[in-house]
Design a protein around this ligand. Structure first.
Ligand code: UD1
Length: 419
């Protein structure tokens, strides 16, 4: 176990190369299992969610090699199990994508309900609704989702809530179904598009990804392919907000600026100067950010995964921010940690009122989940004195080389063994 020790107050200056997207990676890795041959995935981030998924599919019989440059070669030919037990999947919420993959490949799947971040209820009813519409029987027994179908048949599916996971899972299952599936009210996140592009390169027929109607025409088989994972919009957002929090001048490189539109808009409102140059964004922070309001929404709205980090930024803003969380029912648990640093945050249900204070003070705090961990780093960077962030394992799930990257732009941050 280790902790991050941050001495705040340094202006961050320099450039950071953004890694491949965590959320895209955890979809394209299991998608490779649908092929009848070897696939190569590039630009994978060096994070534990990726290594954990590699271990899971290797335990299920696939041949997997992952090199240090973020290239994974997956040969699914030895892969023959439709069962993914709790011991394997508990460390990774996205392991539920195995449901769609195993169902498409073997006509059955038994996958334990996964773990992941503790940010409120995260049901899978829309995934199940989709599988049932495709002709599968599904039940939950002793924490294991069991689904089975003689033959998956394409069908129209309307999602009651915009769900990234359900959109991706249904897309995965529908690729090898007989006939056409339409997913209405589909999620439009960049990683949904990234997965559709990958599936199409394998021979699938997926249209409309990135809009709210996705059409999948089932094919008989898929071949191995090559894919490069899209840049991580959440990692990029984290460094952009870090720049503003430290009154810094940080350029994030290797990004797709369009994916960052909601962050760019809100940081500009907060007083940042943002210059776009091809695949780079230079973010120059004001001495003190102005308070702005946000409401989390599915893409292209303000991402819930940036809500906690934005609150850490607003904690030191000039004025009062109203932050509405519309995606999760319990994503303000970290607010108590910010309060320990002197922030003034009042939470009422899914709304937080953040009254900006001129100064935060370093304190020992806990990363209660992945993005809360990033919020603690951002708060620590702008605080006076020493902040110790415990629960680093959450942060390492989604941020590669986080200490080195922050140090390279001037942060005083080290990882120390916890006593
Ligand atoms: C994905 C992201 C996660 C992000 C979230 C919302 C990955 C691996 N993770 O998670 O980082 O926070 O999108 O942008 O891509 N819901 C239901 N029933 C379902 C499915 C979802 O009610 O069957 C609800 C959830 O409780 C939540 C909302 O829909 O309130 C959105 O969840 P969803 O988009 O499915 O999140 P994930 O795919 O799990």
């Amino acid at each position: 176990m280790s902790k991050l020790v941050i001495k705040g107050g340094r202006r961050l200056i320099g450039a950071v190369k953004i890694a491949g997207s965590k959320n895209a990676s955890v979809a394209v890795i299991p998608a490779s299992l649908l092929a009848s041959g070897e696939s190569t995935i590039d630009n994978l981030p060096d994070i534990t969610d990726v290594t954990t998924f590699a271990e899971i599919i290797s335990d299920l019989g696939a041949e997997v090699s992952l090199n240090r440059d973020g290239r994974m070669v997956i040969n699914p030919n030895g892969f023959s199990s439709w069962q993914a037990p709790y011991e394997l999947v508990k460390r990774l919420r996205a392991s539920y994508y195995l449901l769609g993959v195993l169902l498409a490949k073997f006509g059955r799947a038994e996958v334990a309900l996964p773990g992941g971040c503790n940010i409120g209820l995260r049901p899978v009813d829309q995934h199940i609704k989709g599988f049932k519409a495709l002709g599968a029987e599904a039940r939950l027994e002793h924490g294991i989702v069991k689904i089975q179908a003689d033959r998956l048949k394409g069908a129209p599916i309307y999602l009651d809530v915009v769900s990234v996971g359900a959109t991706i899972n249904i897309m995965l299952a529908a690729t090898l179904a007989q006939g056409v599936t339409t997913i209405e009210n589909a999620a439009k996140e960049p990683h949904v598009v990234s997965l559709a592009n990958y599936l199409n390169s394998m021979g699938a027929k997926v249209q409309g990804a990135g809009t709210d109607v996705i059409r999948v025409k089932g094919v008989k088989s898929l071949r191995g392919s090559e894919h490069s994972v899209v840049p991580d919009d959440i990692e990029a957002s984290t460094f952009m907000m870090s720049s503003v929090a430290s009154a810094g001048d940080v350029t994030v490189t290797g990004v797709i600026p369009k994916h960052l539109d909601p962050i760019i808009a809100k940081l500009r409102e907060a007083g940042a100067e943002i210059q776009e140059n091809g695949d780079s964004l230079r973010v120059i922070g004001p001495e003190r950010p102005m308070a702005v309001n946000i409401k989390t929404l599915p893409y292209p709205g303000f991402p819930t995964d940036c809500q906690q980090i934005f609150v850490a930024l607003m904690a030191r803003a000039d004025g009062i921010s109203v932050v509405q969380e519309t995606i999760y029912d319990n994503r303000f648990g970290y607010a108590n940690e910010l309060i320990r640093m002197g922030a003034s945050v009042k939470v009422d249900g899914r709304t937080a009122i953040v009254e900006g204070v001129p100064k935060l003070f370093g304190a020992p705090v806990r990363a209660t989940d992945l993005r809360a961990g990033a919020a603690m780093i951002v708060a620590g960077l702008s605080a006076e004195g020493k902040t110790e962030v415990y629960g680093v394992e959450h942060i390492l799930r989604g941020y590669e080389h986080v200490v080195d990257k922050y140090r390279s732009i001037g942060a005083d941050i080290v990882e120390e063994k916890e006593r």
